[in-house]
Design a protein around this ligand. Structure first.
Ligand SMILES: Cc1ncc(COP(=O)(O)O)c(C=O)c1O
Length: 382
């Protein structure tokens, strides 16, 4: 079935429209929608966990959650961190907001393209954002020495590094991240955003969280929405030395975590094996999906260690038109990147999904490429 959607919805913010907004606009069409836009683990929570959560829904909605330090204590015991080194937040975006207020006094260095809040948040509060452009010709890879030189030349006082990076999924080996932190021990703060680190398979223990907790000026930030497959819950955390973690925790609003976040954190230990299995499945899907996309003529696929793949469309193809075609004709929702600093509308970010969904995506893309003159162009209501 074909559906038309008012594409104005894609021009309203620097981020993608929410699934709810899109569903309201698509009406019945939303039932078949396959989401390649929001990077979410499709294999976790398991159906059994969702059933358990549904059984508890009334209590979850009726009662206040515990204090966030109690929930963070449970998370740290499950993940094996010292509880004094953790602060939990309502999504990792809340941490980005607060670390800007607390530590970014005048300037922050950010490699671009990356997650938009890293540039938008400090700009909204009047800080100077020193943008370090990752080069397409180098596959958007980050060279630590060149980035450090840039930070020194600009005199940036805070530096950010996303590993793996969003939207390309590029990964920097752990030893390089440690070298980066050590070289910048004089800065006000070094932030390593590990929101997608659980999806990395190339190294066995890629996180630098334990290293951060014994350094004077490093904060590692993690989202739980992406890897736990629960963006709507809004939870994340940071790991740093106890003084930094305490400063962050003290700034966060009281009861910033809701009872659903508490329920999930307390369920996690029992389901850790299913979680590990979900990551293995996802990395197999990533491999398969990058092979499938690699077979589409003239499509460039960038290597990724995250749960999404960045692709570049051929020169004459507009990402916006491709997105509208996929949405209207195939009920496939993709992220077109024209509103990402450092990228253009020739790029799409595609979330890693199971094989059947990828088949639908690839056949939709092929139908667009094959005969743009024969295939009816998307009917846009704009
Ligand atoms: C690199 C990165 N960091 C942080 C976030 C924020 O995640 P959340 O607030 O949902 O935990 C995102 C969201 O896409 C992201 O891509």
């Amino acid at each position: 079935m074909r559906h038309s959607i008012d594409t104005d919805v894609f021009r309203q913010t620097a981020h993608s429209p929410s699934f709810f907004e899109l569903s309201r606009r698509m009406g019945d069409g939303a039932r078949d929608l396959v989401d390649f836009c929001i990077p979410c683990n499709p294999y976790f929570p398991t159906p059994e966990m969702f059933a358990e959560l549904a059984d508890n829904l009334e209590a979850v909605l009726k009662f206040y959650p515990s204090d966030s330090s109690r929930i963070a204590g449970q998370l740290s015991s499950v993940l094996g961190f010292n509880p004094a080194t953790i602060a939990m937040s309502n999504g990792s975006t809340e941490l980005i907001t607060w670390l800007d207020h607390l530590w970014v006094r005048e300037s922050i260095a950010v490699p671009i393209p990356t997650f938009g809040r890293w540039t938008d948040q400090p700009m909204e509060t009047g800080k100077r954002v020193d943008m370090f452009l990752l080069q397409e010709s180098e596959g958007f890879g980050l060279d630590v020495d060149t980035y450090i030189k840039f930070i020194r030349s600009r005199g940036s006082r805070v530096a950010v590094l996303c590993n793996p990076n969003n939207p390309d999924g590029g990964y920097l080996p752990r030893r390089e991240v440690i070298r980066f932190m050590d070289e910048l021990s004089d800065l006000d703060l070094v932030v390593i955003d590990e929101s997608f680190i659980d999806f990395v398979e190339i190294e066995r223990s890629p996180s630098v969280a334990a290293e951060a907790s014994i350094r004077p000026n490093v904060l590692v930030l993690k989202s739980l929405g992406k890897n736990f497959g629960l963006h709507g819950v809004r939870f994340g955390y940071c790991v740093a030395n106890p003084a930094l973690a305490r400063k962050m925790a003290a700034a966060l609003p009281k009861w910033n975590l809701n009872s659903l976040a508490e329920a999930v954190v307390f369920m996690f230990q029992e389901h850790a094996e299913s979680y590990a299995a979900s990551l293995v499945k996802l990395s197999m899907d990533r491999y398969r999906m990058s092979m499938e996309l690699g077979r589409v003529p003239d499509l460039e696929v960038f290597p990724s260690q995250a749960n999404f793949l960045l692709v570049k469309l051929p020169n004459e193809v507009s990402g916006g038109e491709m997105r509208d075609h996929l949405l209207n004709k195939h009920q496939v929702f993709v992220r077109e990147c024209s509103n990402k600093l450092g990228l253009s509308g020739q790029f799409l970010r595609l979330v890693v999904r199971p094989e059947a969904d990828v088949e639908r995506l690839v056949s939709g893309m092929r139908s667009y490429f094959k005969s743009p003159w024969e295939v009816e162009r998307p009917t846009l209501v704009s």
